[in-house]
Ligand binder design. Structure first.
Ligand code: GZL
Length: 319
């Protein structure tokens, strides 16, 4: 066969292969590596469910890891996703700091990273494509505004606070937003504040300590999530006091357990923090793989649900 014909065939073959490879690239199944915080709360369970269901629906292969609320486990998982050459990495950082090194490794491997739910504090925000999640400072403000607008008793108001996981964005920001609002009325004072690590068990344990130290001086509990509030409700009842009456309780998330506690008159209000980020995350993953640009910040829309609307809203709750 003459040289020209051989070259023409080789070129045609290359085009077909290239085309085929190109076609395969377009149809190639996307693989997403997701490093989840843990399974510490009803909110987290709903968040995980939303991510798994949405990935299946989107036909995206999901590699999922549960870090049991330990940063070193999340870092290990991200490194494993890099080694497996996934198309995109997403995670909810358990705490804000300590991510530069592993995010630089993902960048060097040319694997885009999406932050969901919680933020990281890094100097170089090119280390992640976008952060999608709630505005936790605003959630704290909403809790504070509800208290100032609805707490009727006169005189000093002693508040105890159950903080979320130390160093986590929701704990830092919910505290910041709440304090920013209540400082307008100095009669509202936080007399004790300690982490309950977002769990029912720890929330109960710390509330027992608050009650031992302050007892009937406590007028209000501000819990950074519903699970800690539900744990605290048990401690308040075991101390012979009426949660939602002797102690006004404000919490965050809006999980079903909170609505049940409000219907029972034991919780006064929950500030919604939407965990159902799965569909939005899968859209973002597909856009990133398709080379589309994304806003650096995608904020989830949320509400505030007082006890008075709990029974009516409960049937609509998806988590
Ligand atoms: C908030 C999320 C928090 C929830 C807690 O977006 O990170 O973590 O408020 C969960 O219930 O544990």
């Amino acid at each position: 066969m003459n040289i020209n014909r051989r070259c023409a065939l080789a070129l045609a073959g290359a085009l077909v292969l290239g085309g085929a490879t190109g076609a395969l690239a377009a149809d190639k199944k996307i693989t997403l590596g997701f490093a989840q915080v843990g399974a510490e709360s009803e909110w987290r369970t709903a968040n995980t469910q939303s991510i798994k269901t949405s990935a299946a629906k989107a036909g995206i292969t999901l590699k999922f890891s549960d870090a049991q609320q330990k940063q070193e486990n999340q870092i290990k998982a991200i490194r494993s996703f890099i080694a497996q050459k996934v198309d995109v990495i997403a995670f909810s950082p358990v705490v804000e700091s300590g991510w530069e090194t592993v995010l630089k490794e993902a960048k060097a491997a040319k694997i885009p990273v999406i932050l969901t739910d919680r933020a990281v504090s890094v100097k170089d925000d090119s280390l992640y494509v976008t952060f999608m999640g709630s505005d936790f400072v605003e959630e704290g403000r909403r809790a504070g505004h509800w208290l100032l607008d609805n707490y009727k008793a006169q005189g000093n108001v002693n508040i105890v606070e159950l903080q979320g996981t130390v160093g986590s964005a929701p704990a830092i920001d919910r505290k910041k937003g709440f304090e920013e609002v209540i400082k307008a009325q100095p009669r509202f004072k936080v007399i004790r504040s300690q982490t309950g690590d977002f769990t029912r068990a720890k929330g109960k344990e710390v509330m027992e300590a608050f009650l031992k130290a302050e007892g009937k001086k406590i007028n209000v509990l501000y819990a950074h999530n519903d699970d800690m509030a539900i744990g605290a409700i048990q401690a308040i009842e075991e101390a012979g006091m009426k949660p939602g009456k002797d102690i006004t309780i404000i919490s965050v998330d809006g999980v079903k357990g909170a609505f049940e506690a409000m219907i029972a008159g034991k919780l006064n209000v929950t500030v919604e923090c939407n965990p159902l980020l799965g569909p939005q995350l899968m859209d973002a993953v597909r856009d990133v793989v398709a080379g589309k640009s994304l806003p650096k910040r995608i904020v989830t829309k949320e509400s505030v649900y007082p006890q008075s609307v709990a029974a009516k809203e409960f049937p609509n709750r998806k988590y």
